[in-house]
Design a protein around this ligand. Structure first.
Ligand SMILES: Nc1nc2c(c(=O)[nH]1)N[C@@H](CN(C=O)c1ccc(C(=O)N[C@@H](CCC(=O)O)C(=O)O)cc1)CN2
Length: 303
């Protein structure tokens, strides 16, 4: 019997780092134009507490802002900061005409009401797109500031697939910062969208009907080949730090990459996929906020 062993199909790697570099080059060029006109785009980053992962992400944001020419202001507070003190800081940043974008790194300490904080940021400076006004605008298909991770995922999909019209997309996960806005963005891109609760009984069977799968469930390596239609495109939003038997730790996504890459057409790596695009889209949002504010300043000056 002639057994020709062929290696299983390997999914193409969707390079988030390269895509982020392309977007950041566009942002840096537009930022230089703003500076030449006398407007230096400025991003205020607020970190409360000492969560190690949050410190990494804030460091990445500040470093990238400097790289593209965005001025960054860093506000670090101890974990015992009161909600009222944080609100007072946001009031000052909202009123500061030199500050174009404001973000509060999540999660916040448990004693602080996250929704109250997110609602306190001026929607025009809300570069995370988490304010209810921006969420509502997104659902209504308006051009508003959009959460960075879903925006980055959409850009990766459009780079790889082109027009998404008519594609069936499944989003596994329903968080306010990824799952829900991701579904809204895919609807706006004319996809048919199914949002799944990861623990529903038929989740894997439903997911395996999709052309596109977005894994944003927060469970390390949960999504395996049984969730994937052969030839589907998979975007792994997960960022989970797991510890090996020898005590060392590594980052994995929500997708079992070894399993899924034997059936998927393409897959984003973790790290090096969605994460860098999150940062790049934050920079793009900061320029969009600057654009909106300088335009409204000109209009109000003209009366
Ligand atoms: N205010 C916000 N808080 C949080 C957000 C957000 O969009 N706004 N999203 C996540 C964390 N996040 C951004 O803050 C984020 C996560 C991961 C990365 C990233 O660059 N990941 C790298 C690996 C980084 C590492 O070495 O750990 C990668 O995937 O290649 C950027 C931003 C929750 N909080």
């Amino acid at each position: 019997m002639n057994m020709t062993l062929t290696s299983p199909q390997r999914a193409e790697n969707i390079d988030g780092k390269a895509a982020a570099r392309r977007l950041l080059a566009e942002v840096a060029a537009e930022c230089r134009a703003f500076v030449d006109q006398g407007h230096h785009p400025t991003l205020a980053v607020v970190l409360v507490g000492d969560d190690p992962a949050s410190q990494v992400y804030v460091r990445n944001k500040l470093r990238t802002a400097e790289e593209v020419g965005i001025r960054s202001l860093e506000y670090r507070f101890p974990a015992n900061l009161s909600e009222s003190e944080l609100l007072a800081t946001l009031d000052k940043l909202n009123l500061d005409p030199l500050v174009n974008g404001i973000l509060v790194q999540l999660p916040l300490p448990r004693h602080i009401n996250e929704q109250a904080i997110l609602r306190a940021i001026d929607p025009l400076k809300d570069v995370d797109g988490f304010h209810p006004e921006n969420v509502g605008g997104l659902v209504h298909g308006q051009a508003v500031l959009t959460p960075c991770t879903p925006a980055g995922c959409l850009r990766l999909l459009q780079d790889y697939c082109g027009d998404l019209s008519g594609k069936h997309a499944v989003v596994v996960g329903r968080s306010n910062i990824v799952g829900k806005p991701m579904a809204a963005l895919l609807l706006k891109a004319h996809c048919s969208v199914t949002t799944l609760h990861s623990r529903s009984q038929d989740a894997a069977a439903l997911a395996a009907q999709a052309d596109i799968l977005i894994a944003a469930v927060g469970q390390p390596e949960m999504i395996d080949a049984s969730w994937i239609k052969p030839g589907a495109v998979v975007i792994d939003v997960g960022i989970n730090r797991v510890t090996r038997a020898n005590g060392s730790s590594r980052l994995v996504g929500d997708v079992d990459a070894a399993s899924v890459s034997t059936v998927a057409a393409a897959l984003t790596p973790v790290p090096g996929g969605v994460g860098p695009m999150t940062i790049a889209c934050l920079m793009q949002n900061t320029l969009q906020a600057t654009r909106l504010q300088t335009a409204s300043a000109v209009l109000s000056h003209c009366g």
